[in-house]
Write a protein that binds this ligand. Sequence first.
Ligand SMILES: [Zn+2]
Length: 398
Amino acid sequence: MTERIYYREPYRTEFEAQLIDLTAAESGRRFAVLDRTAFYPTSGGQPHDTGSLGSARVVDVLDREDGTVAHVIAGDLGPGSVHGRIDWDRRFEHMQQHTGQHVLSAAFDRLLDARTVSFHLGTTSATIDLAREVSPSDIARAESEANRIVWEDRPVHIRFVDAAEAATLPLRKEPARDGQLRLIDIEGFDLSACGGTHVARTGGIGNIAVNSWERFRGGTRLEFLCGVRVLRGYRALRSCVADGARLLSVMPAELPAAIERLQSDGREWKRKLKESQAARASFEAESLASRAVTSGDIPMVITALSGWDANGLKQIASQVIARPGFFVTLVTAPEPASIVVARSADVPIDSASVLRQLTARFGGKGGGRPELAQGGGLSGSSSEILEFARSVILNPEP
Ligand SMILES: [Zn+2]
């Protein structure tokens, strides 16, 4: 068993201990076991501490079945006495989130009878899962209540009790283990069995902010921030809002309205563009049809067009074949070529078959119906492609 200094002294950042065991781990690292440690191992939803043992870096800390704490170290560690130091910023950030979680969970429990079924504390975000769905106004109420408890700066006591005594206490959640229990007692507000590290008074949490929520397994998953993470989150939001406001030359509060205006302008421009493209396509189709070259009794429009996308080509081809008797092959210039093959209803040519022969020769892909087929990704010059199209139509497959 490793004596866990953090159980009673969560603010302890340095300690002396005896090295008990040193064994090889993966990638040249080693497991160091001490008689006592202030390093918190990953457990109970809270991530491990980092820091140093002597000159070695502690990169991971494991809670082992046999009750020992294994420090995964990178670097050398001699026998005997060792000086340990934990990275306080990381630890304190976890303490703020973890104590904040107890307060927030208790607030949901007390105000809304919404039980916390699980808790996860990650290196950038923390979540709790509530057993039932809660509304945005419920969330705001619990959030306000939790912050009231933070600002009252209530003491957070650490107590150790046996199972018999625990059974007589109003614990928020049934303890998952037997034997001696460690209780975190937020004075007059919450009593929970927990092995995690906590701030000494609720004021140390700083602030609690619910960042987002979603329905999850019949309940609600809430992402929340405490203390230093609220400040970090606020700064990220501030810079994001300031950038947006600068881009649109408005005050931050005017951003939603400005974005709405942009969106509606965008829709209007799109509509106008579509109209103008349709008019241009109609004009182009008229012009192409009047210059069609008759070959094998069929007026043919076989040409390359620049300044049109695949959709434009299709619009033009559709307008030409609305007239009787036409065969059309249009490619975009320059490469890579998009292509449309089409024919009027009364022309006995299979456009899809013509396109198939073109993609067999020039690569790319496409497909369609006998009246109209579209393809793209053909590699070859437009004159080569069009020349081949002409020869396919004049010398059809047997
Ligand atoms: Zn806890």
